[in-house]
Design a protein around this ligand. Structure first.
Ligand SMILES: [Zn+2]
Ligand SMILES: [Zn+2]
Length: 92
């Protein structure tokens, strides 16, 4: 009789142990969220014209960089990669 009680107690103890896998999941979720937050910030910056930083970027050059329409009108070479701007694409 005594032995049986011991065995069943051990089983309960095992079930209550090891919450570690849950912590690991939460940690990786937090990291993912941080990465996502960083990406969102980058996206927000990329939408704004980086010359006047006021207007929305809506003109793209062939080098895949861009400015707002006002700054783009004046541009001869790309402000980021210094490539000659041969074509301006209205993005929005
Ligand atoms: Zn601008
Ligand atoms: Zn460029």
């Amino acid at each position: 009789m005594e032995d049986q009680t011991k065995i069943s107690r051990n089983k309960v103890d095992e079930a209550n142990q090891d919450p570690k896998p849950h912590i690991a999941v939460n940690k990786s979720l937090a990291t993912k969220y941080q990465i996502l937050e960083g990406e969102m910030r980058k996206l927000g910056e990329s939408i704004k014209c980086c010359i006047c930083t006021e207007r929305k970027k809506n003109v793209m050059f062939l080098c895949s960089h861009g400015t707002c329409q006002y700054c783009g009108d004046e541009m001869v070479t790309c402000h980021i990669c210094q490539k000659e701007i041969t074509k301006k694409i209205q993005a929005f």
